[in-house]
Design a protein around this ligand. Structure first.
Ligand code: SAM
Length: 350
């Protein structure tokens, strides 16, 4: 797919996901990057498949990064919360930006690495899963996250969560997770996390200001609540650094999955499993099944995931829970959620 077609596709995607400004930016970018600019030359010679490489997101991330850093004042004047600009105004601001060699060079260099995000809103779909495990087992929890990115959701029990009227976490937290809730409420249960650890093949250190700025740049500029929530979660991660290892999820789990007596161990992941190679996926499942077979009511194992894996509802990530507590694998489809956690469609209690 050519770069212009990828930008047009991303424009439609953003529009349907509640990011009209970023959608318009993609639409205008399709024709606004001068072919002679450094960025234009890179786009023309892009060696990979633009959509697979998330090239539109790299571009919008680069522009947002410049705007947030005060390095693109002309474009910044059009960014939210300013009123939605028309395409002509966006085109003129982009023409001026790419005429500036420093800004053009910065955008071109920003394209080097793929986008990496850490979506805090997904805690709105994961925390109710934790509540289900806590309610079903009556045990404190040990959290093991696979594909944790910056590990922001390893602190999810420290967020202020309102899940259909059921509150969980720390009500005084600046990280507010309040998805639009559809369906019955999740079980109300005490959430006591006694251990936590995560892994990512490319972990992000949220304590590094440059890393944090890059993480924020990939959040669509017209979604201030996502930006605020992520900023608050980064600040929380600086106070409570998430224990995060660098490595492959299956390799790490082979060492990390040691369920303790008197604890429910929860292995979880969100929008990550699809990025693991098939052999890694198979090893993770085999490890969970083997350890799950030895689980008991006082040493429970849970596998919680928010992933695009429901053929009956391919548009929305499914919230699934497998619970082992000595009676074989108990499978639950807990519901579905918006990809960024804006809403949760809860199916019902476990
Ligand atoms: C789309 S991100 C999701 C991050 C986070 N779970 C969230 O919901 O915001 C997928 C993550 O999986 C990580 N990843 C990909 N392959 C991996 C592997 N084999 N082992 C561990 N992490 C991996 C990526 O580096 C990336 O951080």
């Amino acid at each position: 797919m050519a770069v212009a077609a990828a930008l047009a596709q991303q424009a439609r995607f953003c529009a349907t996901l509640g990011a009209p400004f970023t959608g318009a930016l993609c639409r205008v970018l399709a024709t606004a990057v001068p072919p002679a600019s450094r960025t234009g030359q890179r786009l023309a010679a892009w060696p990979g498949e633009p959509m697979t490489d998330a090239l539109p997101m790299r571009l919008t991330g680069a522009l947002h990064w410049l705007v947030r850093g005060g390095r693109a004042p002309g474009l910044a004047r059009l960014y939210p919360p300013a009123p939605m600009p028309d395409d002509a105004a966006l085109g003129a601001a982009l023409a001026a930006l790419f005429a500036d060699a420093a800004a053009d060079g910065a955008v071109s260099a920003f394209l080097d690495s793929p986008p990496q995000t850490n979506e805090v809103g997904r805690a709105g779909a994961l925390v109710p899963g934790l509540l289900c495990v806590a309610a079903a087992t009556g045990l404190p929890l040990a959290l093991l996250e696979l594909g944790a990115s910056a590990g922001l959701n390893l602190n999810m029990d420290r967020f202020a969560c309102d899940l259909g009227g059921v509150t969980a976490g720390d009500s005084a937290s600046a990280v507010i997770v309040r998805p639009h809730w559809q369906g019955p409420p999740p079980p109300a249960a005490p959430l006591q996390v006694v251990a936590r650890a995560g892994v990512d093949i490319a972990p992000l250190d949220a304590a590094d200001p440059a890393v944090a700025e890059r993480l924020l740049a990939f959040i669509w500029a017209d979604q201030p609540e996502r930006l605020e929530r992520t900023q608050a979660a980064i600040a929380l991660a600086r106070r409570h650094p998430p224990p995060l290892a660098r490595g492959d999820a299956a390799d790490w789990l082979a060492d990390a999955l040691r369920p303790a007596e008197g604890v429910a161990t929860i292995v979880y992941h969100s929008i990550a499993f699809q990025y693991f190679p098939p052999a890694v996926q198979a090893r993770i499942i085999a490890q969970l099944q083997a350890v799950g077979a030895a689980a008991s009511p006082a040493r429970a194992l849970a596998w919680l995931r928010l992933e695009m894996d429901d053929p009956a509802n391919p548009a929305l990530p499914a919230i699934r829970l497998t619970l082992w507590r000595g009676e074989g694998a108990e499978e639950h489809l807990l519901g579905h959620a918006h990809a960024h956690g804006a809403f949760v469609q809860w199916a019902g209690p476990v």
